[in-house]
Ligand binder design. Structure first.
Ligand SMILES: [Fe+2]
Length: 167
């Protein structure tokens, strides 16, 4: 029989709202990866040779975010969404069939900025929630991820001739 060791006042690790918002991120990042893959396949135009591989970089980046977030969610007692149906049921991002010629290259980039901005805002919300629930390792992880998304937004907006906030 082993007696459980306790540090006074430090035996309650329950982060229900953090678990919920992390699963939101699992759904949103999964959907964003699908949308970026679609962009990778359907884009046409002068910038193809630069933007086509850029989409691969974004998918790699988001793949790291997704796995770390899902595993952190498990560490704090959650169960990550893991089916396409669950992602679709919970994401706030659009789902739209691909169609050649529907969007110009600039439209695709603007669409991507819009979706990265949405993800940035979910990250911000998740940082605030994990801070309020004192789940600082989660917040620490999210801080870096949001910084990466901020950079994506800045550089894509620069491509469109705009400032970091699309102004
Ligand atoms: Fe490819």
């Amino acid at each position: 029989m082993i007696n459980k060791l306790n540090v006074e006042g430090q035996n309650k690790y329950d982060y229900p709202e953090t678990r919920q918002i992390l699963n939101q991120l699992v759904a949103d990042i999964s959907q964003l990866s699908v949308n970026i893959h679609q962009t990778h396949w359907y884009m046409r135009g002068k910038e193809f040779f630069r933007l086509h591989p850029l989409m691969d970089e974004y998918m790699d980046q988001l793949g790291v975010h997704l796995d770390e977030i899902a595993e952190r969610l498990i560490e704090i007692g959650g169960a990550p969404y893991s089916t396409t149906q669950e992602f679709m049921d919970h994401t706030g991002l659009p789902e739209e069939p691909g169609e050649f010629g529907k969007y110009s290259m600039e439209d695709y980039v603007a669409r991507l900025v819009n979706q990265f901005e949405y993800l940035r805002d979910v990250y911000q919300k998740a940082m605030e929630i994990s801070d309020a629930e004192k789940d600082w390792p989660t917040q620490d992880m999210l801080n870096g991820f949001k910084g990466e998304i901020d950079k994506n937004i800045w550089t894509l907006n620069a491509f469109l001739g705009k400032g970091p906030f699309g102004d």
